[in-house]
Design a protein around this ligand. Structure first.
Ligand code: NDP
Ligand code: 8X3
Length: 251
């Protein structure tokens, strides 16, 4: 049976890789992100697959609601929602952070994810079928200096995912929170506001996760038997692990 995935933030990184991975499996796709040129290029690349791509800023709740209400008929029965659009901004300690950066992370990573979920979930429940995949982060579980509001938004995503499971008990709608560690995409370029030297340093001397690794995990989670729900999947590259708790010592 043909299946349909709705992927937010499909213009780069994990989202674009997910689109390619689902396309390989023959799925139809609804793709969004703010950059129209990237959406056009991806649609051209995926020629032969039914793709509906449209520009969307997930921070605009009314636009999200209208776009989902106005999907072409053949793109309405969404089997999988990949709530991927998101970003980190800055790595400063909290007392030096830009309040606008914090607001943008909250608006995108939390409110954008809520808008998309709230608009798509009723159809899944009505059809008693569907899978919400949220892209969380290890930053939602483990604190690190400069992670402040970004980690907070991903902790929200983690708890919201669990609470969705609680609400959806008795339906066949599945929910999975995928929590990656260090992964190379445009993530650091965005975090450091276009400073490619600073962004490149994040990955220097490492073998980070690739967007394709995450896309494989997303696809794998959706392709488990229908009675299996993976609540969360935490994944790091082999080159990453935990640090000891920090202690400030006198002198
Ligand atoms: P990228 O920067 O490569 O991709 C982010 C995507 O989100 C882009 O397609 C961007 O599209 C989209 N996006 C950002 N803001 C908005 C918005 N307001 N409305 C719609 N789309 C938006 O980063 P990644 O692929 O790495 O990140 C994807 C997700 O994975 C994020 O949620 C991130 O927090 C998470 N993550 C990333 C990790 C990493 O190390 N890379 C690790 C753990 C989690 P556009 O700019 O066109 O709108
Ligand atoms: C992205 C991973 O460690 O940069 O969510 O916060 S990290």
């Amino acid at each position: 049976m043909p299946q349909l995935a709705f992927i937010t933030g499909a213009t780069s990184g994990f989202g674009a890789a997910c689109a390619r991975r689902f396309a390989v499996a023959g799925w139809s796709l609804v793709l969004c992100g703010r950059r129209q040129d990237r959406l056009d290029a991806l649609r051209a690349e995926l020629a032969g697959i039914p793709v509906y791509a449209f520009p969307l800023d997930v921070r605009d709740g009314a636009a999200v609601k209208a776009a989902i209400a106005d999907l072409p008929p053949e793109f309405t029965e969404i089997d999988v929602l990949v709530n991927n659009a998101g970003l980190a901004l800055g790595l400063e300690p909290a007392h030096r952070c830009d309040m606008e950066d914090w607001e943008r992370m909250v608006d995108t990573n939390i409110k954008g994810l809520l808008y998309c979920t709230r608009a798509i979930l009723p159809g899944m429940v009505a059809r008693d079928h569907g899978h919400v995949i949220n892209i969380g982060s290890v930053a939602g579980s483990y604190p690190y200096p400069g992670g402040n509001a970004y980690g907070g938004t991903k902790a929200f995503v983690k708890q919201f995912s669990l609470n969705l499971r609680a609400d959806l008990l008795g339906t066949r709608v599945r929910v999975t929170n995928i929590e990656p560690g260090l992964a190379e995409s445009e993530f650091s370029l965005v975090r450091f506001k276009g400073d490619d030297t600073q962004a490149a340093k994040v990955y220097q001397g490492t073998q980070p996760l690739r967007p394709e690794d995450i896309a494989d995990i997303v696809y794998w989670a959706t392709s488990r038997p229908a009675h299996v729900n993976l609540n969360s999947i935490e994944v790091m590259p082999v080159c990453q692990a935990f640090a000891p708790l920090a202690i400030s010592r006198e002198s």
